[in-house]
Design a protein around this ligand. Structure first.
Ligand SMILES: Nc1ncnc2c1ncn2[C@@H]1O[C@H](COP(=O)(O)OP(=O)(O)OP(=O)(O)O)[C@@H](O)[C@H]1O
Length: 326
């Protein structure tokens, strides 16, 4: 059966609306041929000028690839190499192409994609990498590290500000028909200005705008996402809708507020209980939920992780609720 994913040789140069590298007015670097280059301010391009990458340093790795920090045409960028997963090549391909669901989108709470390509020079083992994505480098920390890896105070107002950043990012994504499907603290990056940006679109899907749901994405239920944050309808293999991200947002906000792991115990037991017994993180034990704001946050979380997606707020409603908190 032919793969639904285009092969690397089929990636057209003009994949993105305007390949503007080389066409900018203020020169920041020069190519061998003497043309001026700079990081394109808006449009994503399918060209990476490899020789312009400097000071490449590893940042970390995830399920499908490695991330590096580098200097590129006068800007600090993050370089993500999506590796070919030997056990599941299709999943790693899908992850690469899914990252491009946001290639044309720009928002302050979404990590900006600068360029993406399926070819890389010196990749002698062509089978080792599916492609490379060049993104803005957001900062050195993600929310997972802040919540669990530091002792710095995370007072209520700061949690709500972070939550509002994520909700703004989701409102924007959903308005463009993109569902992230892997919202969790590790996928929310913190900028130097302490602003949250949603990253890692390797599980994302683009919805059929007419239907607003996406019933036919087999990979969604198999490989992608994180079971602790995954909406029960997805665990059951039902259709994807933007409300799946609202569920994951609820778990993420609970983690921000309590700094506890959402569930303990065996994965299979937890999965079963999420679906069959509506198991959710506890809203009782933490002092966070005692005050007036805490009571409102409790109601908001309970709505976000409602078993019935239709009862969850939209990202827009979520933002309003967060902004109205005492
Ligand atoms: N644009 C970026 N700017 C700064 N750091 C980044 C950027 N993108 C990713 N990182 C960091 O690189 C590391 C690896 O990220 P990646 O998205 O590959 O994996 P992950 O989210 O940790 O795991 P998984 O993909 O399995 O969910 C993380 O520490 C992440 O915070």
């Amino acid at each position: 059966m032919p793969s639904p994913i285009p092969s690397s040789r089929l990636l057209p140069k003009g994949l993105f609306p305007s390949a503007v590298v080389g066409a900018c007015s203020s020169p920041l670097a020069r190519t061998q041929h003497g043309s001026s280059l700079q990081v394109p301010p808006r449009s994503c391009t399918s060209v990476i000028h490899w020789k312009q990458l400097r000071s490449v340093e590893p940042v970390g790795s995830g399920g499908f690839g490695f991330v590096y920090r580098a200097e590129y045409l006068g800007s600090t960028v993050a370089l993500k190499k999506v590796k070919r997963c030997s056990k599941n090549t299709l999943a790693s391909r899908q992850s690469f192409w899914a990252e491009l669901n946001v290639a044309h989108l720009h928002h302050q709470n979404i990590v900006r994609v600068i360029a993406a390509t399926t070819s890389a020079p010196g990749d002698s083992d062509a089978d080792s990498s599916i492609g490379t994505i060049l993104m803005e480098f957001v900062g050195n920390r993600n929310l997972q590290q802040v919540i669990y890896g530091t002792a710095e105070p995370l007072e209520g107002a700061r949690c709500v500000r972070y939550a509002a950043d994520i909700a703004r990012g989701l409102r924007f994504l959903h308005s463009h028909g993109v569902v992230h499907l892997d919202i969790k603290p590790a996928n929310v990056l913190l900028s130097g200005e302490d602003v949250c940006k949603i990253a890692d679109f390797g599980c994302s899907v683009k919805l059929d705008r007419a239907r607003e749901t996406c019933a036919d994405h087999p990979h969604v239920s198999l490989v992608c996402g994180t079971y602790t944050h995954r909406a029960p309808e997805l665990l059951k293999g039902e259709a994807v809708s933007p409300k799946a991200d609202i569920f994951s947002f609820g778990i993420t906000l609970w983690q921000l507020l309590t700094r506890e792991p959402p569930y303990a115990g065996d994965r299979q037991r937890v999965l079963y209980a999420i679906v069959a017994q509506e198991l959710r993180p506890s809203l009782r034990d933490s002092a966070v939920f005692g005050c007036a704001r805490g009571q409102r946050l409790r109601a908001l979380l309970a709505a976000c992780w409602s078993a019935d997606g239709r009862r969850r707020p939209s990202a827009s409603e979520l933002l309003e609720l967060l902004q109205r908190l005492p």
